[in-house]
Design a protein around this ligand. Structure first.
Ligand code: BES
Ligand code: ZN
Length: 611
């Protein structure tokens, strides 16, 4: 079984350790240095080795102190170029070699976003962050960029001395750079084997606050106190996760709040979760993202998908655990409310992608498909719905967590495929094979569209959202005056999110409906990003011109793809804002995250390509 997203051939040899030494150069927007890979042959007579690269300059390759011949193959549109290294000798099965590569990254690396001082909140210092998942580690350094290979790492990073460098690892101190008095070298070790996509680096004027016994929150100083308040539940969540999934093996669990262009809600970089500042709602209402990233410490980072086709193993189990944590901390009713919201989100996604779209399969075929293009909520929500369905079929939450714990123990430090997961499920529930045989596996795993069965959900917290949504869609022009702020005074932030999400599943409202909704609920004044995002979509879909500047502002002032892409798409669809959307994209493109810019360009069709 090969990884369609990588040129590496792990059946020939595998990386066990990576030693990175590099210099972060803000002037040339590049990382320059060496990476030394400890590579073990998996078979006899090994004569060559292929690594992944993307837009890298390769200067030199040395194998066990002997210079080696190398060549870069043809560049693939999204996979990058294979680096083919000819070994100066033959390696036998089980033997190790050290392959040291001198390299330089490109200023247009798809893994890195470089900021000038003006683009930061402090305005004084430059900033850099990486995002390697799914297949961008190869745009930072040459490696076997497939999640089927795991290695430990050590790194020494030289940066301007007024800045801080952090990685997805434990900190091992800093020292003056002996080669350059204006610089400092930060050192890191990661002693738990990780896949390449979990390598991460950030450099900036960062400060920290301690918010728990094993947690610092890092951010630019303007934001760090707000972050300390927002993420105060972290240690409770970590303890709950350990109770559900087993011991936390990574040592530190720090949080890093990135600039607004960070393309995801969160990223589970080991020892240092990266998060978007759009989680800073002020009321901790978006903390499920922290529960989610914490959960990856088991599902994803310990038990890892072998290829991106089995991404649902990472995300489906993580969403399931995230909601179990929510259930422990805020009650089972809340857990079911979130899970039903997830089912509705899946419906939403499948409506948009189309029910015969091949990426709506739980296990998609990624041959010649860019994982960033295939990315959607399907692996998250179809995956976690399957697990909830199995929980209900097999005897409830207590029984099912036993399975999940055993699965984690069985496959910790390994990479797995769906077949491994399913075989372990059958062996764990061997006395319940008759029940498992009733599951329509083919429909769940290999069929497009919605799943064959819907789990059962407690409706306590959802009912109010459904009822208010129904009132709005049934309201005629005459009924509009009956709506007032009293309608929502007892709804939580999460219920408001759900109410708006339900309306987005329906036909667009009329302009007078959304105007009246603004009159009654004043959603324009809400800063909670999840509420604001859905509200502005609703307004643009209702063709309310007054909302155009607000939607353009949100689409461009933050770059979380979950928000930015649909907002740009809606603005592009509306004839009154189409040109403005294209112009805003042209204006901002150069300062956008490279992956976000690539995907928004695709979303805007021919106009985006021209931009
Ligand atoms: N690992 C993902 C983010 C990711 C996935 C980055 C694939 C690149 C490629 C992270 O754990 C995640 O799922 N984030 C979600 C959080 C949500 C499901 C609570 C997000 O960003 O919205
Ligand atoms: Zn995730």
């Amino acid at each position: 079984m090969a990884d369609p997203s990588s040129f590496a051939a792990p059946d020939g040899c595998r990386t066990h350790h990576l030693y990175l030494r590099c210099r972060v150069d803000f002037a040339s927007k590049s990382l320059r240095g060496t990476v030394a890979l400890t590579v073990r042959a998996e078979r006899d007579h090994l004569r060559c080795l292929v690594l992944d690269t993307k837009d890298l300059t390769i200067l030199k390759v040395v194998v066990d102190r002997q210079e080696a011949k190398f060549a870069l193959g043809q560049r693939h549109p999204f996979k990058g170029a294979p680096l083919e290294i000819t070994l100066p000798f033959e390696l036998g099965k089980g033997q190790d070699m050290i392959v040291e590569i001198s390299f330089e990254s490109s200023p247009k690396s798809s893994a890195l976003q470089w900021f000038t001082p003006e683009q930061t909140s402090g305005k004084k210092h430059p900033f850099l962050f990486s995002q390697c998942q799914a297949t961008h580690c190869r745009a930072v350094l040459p490696c076997q960029d497939t999640p089927s290979v795991k290695f430990t790492y050590y790194a020494e990073i030289s940066v301007p001395k007024e800045l801080v460098a952090l990685m997805s690892a434990n900190r091992d101190g800093d020292l003056p750079d002996p080669e350059d008095g204006t610089r400092k070298i930060y050192r890191f070790f990661q002693n738990v084997p990780i896949p390449s996509y979990l390598i991460a680096l950030v450099v900036g004027a960062l400060e920290s606050r301690k918010i728990g016994p094993r947690t610092l929150v890092w951010a630019e100083k303007e934001l760090v106190d707000k972050c300390a308040y927002e993420f105060a539940e972290t240690e409770d969540m970590l303890k709950t996760a350990e109770d559900l999934a087993g011991p936390y093996v990574w040592g530190q669990y720090d949080l890093l709040v990135l600039p607004p262009s960070f393309p995801y809600g969160g990223m589970e970089n080991p020892c240092l979760t990266f998060v978007t500042p759009t989680l800073l709602a002020g009321d901790r209402s978006l903390s499920n993202v922290i529960a989610h990233e914490i959960s990856h410490s088991w599902t994803g980072n310990l038990v890892t998908n072998k290829t991106w086709e089995h991404f649902w193993l990472n995300e489906g189990h993580t969403v399931y655990l995230e909601r179990r944590i929510g259930g422990r901390l805020f009650g089972e009713e809340f857990r079911h409310f979130q899970a039903l919201g997830g089912w509705r989100e899946l419906q939403n996604t499948i409506n948009t992608l189309g029910s015969t779209n091949p990426v709506t399969k739980l296990i998609p075929d990624l041959k010649e498909v860019d994982p960033d293009v295939a990315y959607s909520s399907v692996p998250y929500e179809k995956g976690s719905a399957l697990l909830l369905y199995l929980e209900q079929l097999l005897g409830g939450p207590d029984v099912f967590i036993g399975f999940l714990k055993a699965y984690i123990q069985q496959f910790a430090y390994k990479s797995v495929m769906t077949e491994d997961w399913k075989a372990f499920l059958y062996s764990y529930f061997k006395d319940k094979a008759d029940i498992l045989d009733k599951v329509d596996w083919n429909a769940w795993m290999n069929t497009t569209g919605m799943p064959p069965v819907k789990p059962t959900y407690d409706m306590t917290l959802s009912n109010a959202c459904l009822a208010l949504c129904q009132r709005w869609i049934k309201a005629t022009e005459h009924d509009l005056c009956s709506f007032s702020s009293a309608d929502i005074k007892d709804l939580s932030s999460n219920q408001l999110i759900e109410f708006l999400a339900l309306l987005l599943l329906e036909n667009p409202l009329s302009v007078s409906h959304v105007k009246q909704m603004q009159e009654a609920y004043n959603f324009n004044a809400v800063n909670n990003s999840e509420i604001r995002f859905r509200w502005l979509r609703l307004c643009i879909q209702a063709k309310w011109e007054d909302a155009i500047p607000l939607a353009l502002k949100m689409a461009t002032e933050q770059g979380r793809m979950k928000f930015t892409r649909p907002l740009f798409k809606d603005l592009y669809k509306f004839d009154k804002s189409r040109d403005q959307a294209v112009r805003a994209f042209q204006q901002h493109r150069a300062s956008m995250h490279p992956v976000t810019a690539m995907l928004v360009a695709k979303d805007l069709g021919p106009d985006g390509q021209k931009a």
